[in-house]
Design a protein around this ligand. Structure first.
Ligand code: PLP
Length: 450
């Protein structure tokens, strides 16, 4: 049945669609936003209202909605091959994408295992790590370590390394929780302590844990440089250099979950490039990618792993193989969208372009927020900018809902995480759009606090 009006669309959505990460009852007072079209950095709702997508539609969109180049690649792929199973079969987009990503790691992680969602990539990396140790005769190494406030997805396995009580507590009986070690969150620095000495302090806690538990530990999993879901927590790359050295020393894998921070968000294509910049520090054993890799078009995730990992599974015996699979593994359309995304990175020199864009975003945000009486810890890592708000007597959840609604009224999609407001826009914002983003956020802040 066609939709009669935007309110018809909303009512039918609430009746038929169970929305993610949502207490559905809240929609008795907070209206859903009915989107019918996308155009560059903008989403257009059923009443023609234009919203600037300040958070890249949950951190996935890189080059705007309905991007001409990605659309063209997808149209061509659609007329060529829409899907084929990847067990026993292969196809050009899956191969080319794996090769190009391997090249971007300097061929340190040359084996791509495909899946669809971020959480599946986490599960794959965790399973591969444990299975690796089992194949090497160390079945006792089957525990994981993550940072306080970590988020690595919400399936039952991924919840083992997700330290967000709200997402985990209800499912505690299903989850075998890993250990958490202190986060190097720069906001925790004591007076006079630099981000890098705080990082070393946090690494000492990791070392203490490893010294005691390495024999039963398979892997440490981290969100490099920015812990997204716990509120854009930022930390110094020194922590990751130390963690890499400690994992080497104690024979524990290091999994870099770049699902959110990969694809240029932190200022380099892989966040890890900033860790290994001088080549003194090694690369992770695994990198998980999803979200931006398809340009924000289609569900696609993958786990890149090293030759050493791959070799531990290469054998005559099937029981030593990695038998994990998903039906849509390596879907050609999704891989093709990812190839078009990588083309744009190359043709437009996106990482370099974003340096200027990130600087302009910082300058404008500084003007509005650096001296704002309610703003704390204004911080930035590449194309991610965040600050915390002293909400006074207002609860953080209530603040977030009020800010979200006020931003919508200013033609802006922003969705604070508790009292943390953040910008994670697509890499297409021009000067006027940046201004719209920052001015709209400033106006929403005043209204949310009023
Ligand atoms: C979003 C996210 C995931 C989970 O990805 P989904 O596609 O939502 O399952 C895992 N890790 C990090 C760091 C994320 O930001």
């Amino acid at each position: 049945m066609p939709f009669q009006s935007s309110s018809d669309l909303l009512q039918r959505s609430l009746a038929a669609v169970w929305h993610p990460c949502t207490q559905m009852k809240h929609h008795e007072t907070l209206p859903l936003v009915p989107i019918v079209r996308g155009e560059g950095a903008w989403l257009i709702d059923a009443d023609g209202r234009r919203l600037l997508d300040g958070i890249s539609s949950w951190w996935v969109n890189l080059f705007g909605h309905c991007n001409r180049r990605i659309n063209a690649a997808l149209r061509e792929q659609l007329e060529t091959l829409e899907h084929v199973m990847l067990a026993g079969f292969t196809h050009p987009p899956a191969v080319e994408l794996a090769e190009r990503l391997a090249a971007l790691t300097g061929h340190r992680l040359g084996h791509a295992f495909y899946a669809s969602d971020g959480a599946s990539a986490t599960e794959i990396a965790l399973k591969m790590s444990v299975h690796y140790w089992r194949n090497r005769g160390e079945a006792g190494k089957n525990r994981f370590i993550s940072l306080a406030g970590s988020y690595h997805g919400e399936t039952a396995g991924a919840l083992a390394v997700t330290d967000v009580a709200l997402f985990r507590d209800a499912y505690a009986p299903l989850v075998r929780p890993g250990a958490t070690v202190p986060t190097p969150d720069i906001r925790l620095a004591v007076a006079g302590e630099s981000a890098s000495s705080l990082a070393r302090r946090a690494a000492q806690a990791l070392e203490a844990h490893l010294a005691e538990h390495h024999a039963e530990t398979a892997a440490l999993i981290v969100e490099p440089l920015v812990q997204g879901a716990s509120g854009m927590v930022m930390y110094d790359a020194e922590y990751l250099r130390q963690a890499r050295a400690l994992c080497d020393h104690y024979q524990v894998h290091l999994i870099a979950d770049e699902i959110a921070v990969g694809c240029g968000r932190t200022g380099t294509f892989f966040a890890w490039e900033q860790v290994a910049a001088d080549d003194a520090a090694g690369w992770p054993d695994f990198i998980c990618l999803s979200k931006g890799i398809s340009g924000g078009y289609l569900p696609l995730s993958l786990v890149l792993s090293s030759d050493d990992i791959y070799a531990a599974f290469y054998d005559d015996s099937s029981t030593r193989a990695f038998l994990h699979s998903h039906s849509y593994t390596g879907n050609p359309l999704a891989c093709r969208a990812a190839l078009a995304t990588l083309d744009i990175f190359r043709e437009d020199d996106v990482v370099a372009e974003n340096r200027g864009r990130a600087e302009r975003m910082r300058r404008q945000a500084d003007e509005r927020f650096a001296n704002h009486p309610a703003v704390r810890h204004l911080r930035q890592q590449g194309m991610i900018l965040a600050f915390d708000v002293d909400t006074g007597t207002l609860g953080a959840g209530e603040f977030a809902r009020r800010f979200f609604a006020a931003a919508l009224d200013h033609g802006l999609l922003l969705r604070p995480i508790g009292n943390t407001v953040y910008f994670m826009p697509p890499y297409v914002l021009g000067e006027d759009e940046l201004r719209h983003l920052v001015d709209g956020a400033a106006a929403a802040l005043e209204r949310a606090l009023r």
